[in-house]
Design a binder for this molecule. Structure first.
Ligand SMILES: Cc1cc2nc3c(=O)[nH]c(=O)nc-3n(C[C@H](O)[C@H](O)[C@H](O)COP(=O)(O)OP(=O)(O)OC[C@H]3O[C@@H](n4cnc5c(N)ncnc54)[C@H](O)[C@@H]3O)c2cc1C
Length: 270
């Protein structure tokens, strides 16, 4: 839809051309959410897609995903490394309730910054120990784990004017075996629960619960736990108030299916 209050669209090709952030200015990436509803508080858009960031950069430390990498490009990524966890890329991409437009132009950074419980790029990057690099409004950079960047439904830890530049997935997580469970009320419906298990080469086991909770929760073990230990750890880590309540599922059902999925991914990876 047209945003009738916008007076200025800035398309920087370099960081030095970024205007100062303020409450009336928003970054636009794919624009799939920003242009989907009224934004009457906004006067200016800063289109970050002309900054020329390479979508995916592989090196020995892992994979850097540009915030502007599209969900389609990530889902189709083929990396010349023994990184079994890249199987999660198409699994998480297709977990989104994505129209053709969203698949083609929505970005990984936009999905994370939106901070919706059903943000499958959040699930993916939190599950793989993703760390975001942020361009701060004062010209400095800082890093923040994705699991801490997303703080609640439609809430993140970014300050006004901060721009997510990229997300780094470390090699140790990409080398892991993974298991994936999505549950929704209908076959193509919005995720009610998305659980990812990870078994690292050094034997560590990591489980990430998302979509069913207000933000992602990551629980770690030095080795695969017994079922009873996993259940207890999830109950301890996720407070009752964190199970999400919306038309895609009631909190008690979401808790039940998430813990069942976690036990399944443990069994699959053990
Ligand atoms: C029909 C429909 C279905 C949808 N289904 C889902 C779904 O299942 N799950 C889901 O999570 N979302 C869903 N969405 C919401 C949205 O389309 C996606 O989250 C999408 O991935 C957002 O990416 P984008 O690049 O289009 O973001 P944009 O619309 O460009 O931006 C989204 C928000 O993030 C901010 N932003 C974007 N990039 C950055 C950056 N690099 N740094 C700082 N801030 C930034 C913008 O200012 C804006 O506030 C849906 C939307 C529609 C219209």
């Amino acid at each position: 839809m047209d945003l009738g209050t916008i007076e200025d669209v800035v398309i920087p090709s370099d960081r030095s051309e970024l205007p100062p952030g303020n409450e009336g200015t928003a970054v636009i990436a794919g624009g799939t959410w920003l242009l989907s509803e009224k934004q009457d508080h906004l006067r200016r858009l800063v289109d970050i897609t002309a900054l020329g960031w390479p979508p995916l950069v592989v090196d020995d430390t892992g994979l850097d995903i540009a915030a502007t990498c599209t969900i389609e490009a990530l889902a189709a990524a083929r990396v010349d490394r023994d990184w079994p966890a890249t199987a999660l890329f198409p699994q998480c991409a297709t977990a989104l309730l994505a129209s053709y437009k969203i698949w083609k132009v929505a970005t990984v950074g936009g999905n994370i910054c939106m901070a919706l419980p059903a943000g499958a790029m959040i699930s993916l990057t939190a599950a793989l120990d993703g760390v975001a690099t942020v361009w701060a409004v004062d010209g400095t950079d800082y890093t923040v784990p994705v699991v801490d960047l997303v703080t609640g439904p439609h809430e993140n830890s970014l300050r006004t004017g901060d721009i997510v530049r990229s997300i780094h997935l470390p090699a140790h997580a990409l080398e892991a075996r993974t298991a994936f469970r999505k549950t929704a009320l209908s076959p193509l419906g919005r995720s009610a629960s998305l659980v990812i298990g990870r078994l690292d080469r050094d034997g560590r086991f990591v489980v990430t619960v998302s979509a069913s909770t207000v933000r992602p929760y990551v629980v770690r073990f030095d080795s695969p736990p017994r079922s009873v230990e996993l259940r207890a750890a999830l109950n301890a880590a996720i407070p009752d108030s964190a199970w999400y309540d919306d038309p895609h599922g009631a909190p008690d059902w979401r808790e039940h299916i998430s813990i069942r999925s976690a036990l399944q991914v443990l069994e699959e990876l053990s």
